[in-house]
Design a protein around this ligand. Structure first.
Ligand code: HEM
Length: 410
């Protein structure tokens, strides 16, 4: 049976979590929230979940829905005037069955473990390019910001090549992708969505053009094969196609960018673990998993109860939001020994960062393989890599990651 918190304190913690300083280091605030038990209850109007087991169960609970259009009608009146959320609710992540199942089936096989294993030579080649790019920029002692020059550049080169986005277009998409992810943070005022709206309109225009070009002149990329499958089966519309191509680009650029930046920073901060990673490629999966657990690129996920349900001793009424603080779940002392310690040798890690259940990250195998490939290569090529200034984090909570990561390459 869980302890249920009182109204005032969790609200105060939330206020501090949403302030700029809270977003720079949210972890002590999650511990304050955990003091209210694994489920903090805001008078039955909203639940915040900090327990690992409770988050893992919630992600697999079919009656806890993702934020689809019907849920947004309840939670964010006026959202239909905003193209960011109009497009988001057309993708699989912000859909529930039957749409979710239909879309996931259509796009899923391209990212299966088997398909991803076949992408290894491409990932190796792009990783070598990314590492040489950083080495070139950092020669002669110049400071290099790894966020745009390594993490974003590499992550986007992988998904860009897969989707057929030419390399010269990839750097220009960075601001657009970043603005779209701000629409995922808690919304106090609908005007907060305006940068995401403008970015989404530009990206939709780009993908409509790409689809038209590839339909006329197909290539070896996934966009061309999705168009072929769509034109043969009628399972999805062109709008579904564009919405989910946008999801694939944004999901495969931003969170992997943040994972890569965090992995490199943690290697620099823990030279003993970095030495092991350089010497033994077999330690890479453990290092990446521990980075996902310790400093997750995605900190929170939202669900809404489809009906009244009993959840770990609490009654969650239909329509009530349940926010899963998965970054807190990853540091639950009931699940992880010494959770505040970065320990890449942990066994049975299974962080919540890639979700679970119906919406389990479609790109998990690709994200892991990409990070396990490129980070050890960078550390081996540049053994003198060092922080040039303290790194900063963006003013974002849900999709949290470094704003800048300035290094010298030794
Ligand atoms: C570090 C890297 C990544 C992280 C931390 C991450 C995280 C997540 C999370 C937490 C979810 C589920 C959200 C929820 O349950 O509400 C998700 C879903 C998804 N991710 Fe990832 N992701 C990463 C990389 C990728 C990559 C590389 C791709 C694309 C190839 C991708 C594509 C997707 C898609 C399409 C979904 C929606 C799946 C569905 O709704 O069924 N992700 N990701």
């Amino acid at each position: 049976m869980s302890q249920i918190g009182t109204l005032a304190d969790p609200l105060d913690i939330l206020g501090r979590l949403l302030a700029f300083d809270g977003k720079q280091n949210p972890y002590p605030l999650y511990e304050e929230m955990r003091a209210h038990g694994p489920l903090a209850d805001l008078d039955g109007a909203h639940f915040f979940v900090t327990g690992y087991t409770e988050c893992a169960r919630a992600l697999r609970e079919p009656d806890l829905l993702s934020t689809d259009a019907a849920v947004q009608d309840l939670r964010l009146p006026g959202w239909r005037e905003h193209s960011s959320w109009r497009w988001l609710t057309k993708n699989m992540l912000f859909s529930n069955d039957p749409d979710h199942e239909r879309l996931r089936r259509f796009f899923g096989t391209a990212f299966s473990a088997r398909s991803v294993a076949g992408l290894r030579p491409m990932v190796e080649r792009l990783a070598d390019d990314a590492v040489e790019h950083v080495a070139g920029l950092g020669a002669d002692g110049a400071v290099v910001d790894l966020v745009p020059e390594f993490s974003y550049r590499f992550a986007t080169s992988v998904i860009g090549e897969l989707l057929g986005i030419p390399p010269e277009r990839q750097p220009g998409l960075r601001g657009i992708i970043g603005d779209i992810t701000t629409a995922l943070d808690p919304i106090g005022d609908l005007r907060q969505l305006e940068p995401g709206d403008a970015a989404m309109d530009r990206l939709a225009e780009y993908f409509y053009e790409l689809v038209a070009r590839r339909r006329a002149d197909p290539g070896p990329d996934l966009t061309s094969s999705f168009i072929r499958a769509r034109d043969e089966s009628d399972d999805i519309t062109d709008e579904d196609l564009v919405a989910n191509l946008m999801l694939l680009l944004v999901a495969a650029a931003e969170a992997p960018q943040d994972l890569l930046s965090n992995t490199v920073r943690l290697a620099i901060e823990h030279p003993e673990h970095a030495a092991r990673l350089r010497a033994d490629q077999g330690t890479a999966p453990g290092f990446v998993d521990e980075t996902l657990r310790y400093d997750p690129a995605v900190q929170a996920l939202n669900r809404v109860a489809a009906r009244d349900l009993e959840f770990f001793g609490a009654t969650v009424r239909a329509g009530v939001p349940v926010t899963l603080l998965i970054a807190a779940g990853n540091r639950d002392p009931r699940r992880f020994a010494d959770p505040g310690r970065f320990d890449p040798a942990r066994t049975d890690n299974q962080p919540l960062t890639l979700s679970a259940g119906a919406h389990y990250c479609l790109g998990a195998a690709l994200a892991r393989m990409s990070a396990e490939t490129v980070v050890p290569k960078l550390l081996r090529r540049l053994p003198g890599l060092a922080l040039a200034e303290p790194p900063t984090f963006r003013d974002q909570l849900v999709q949290r990651g470094h704003d800048r990561l300035p290094v010298t390459t030794g």
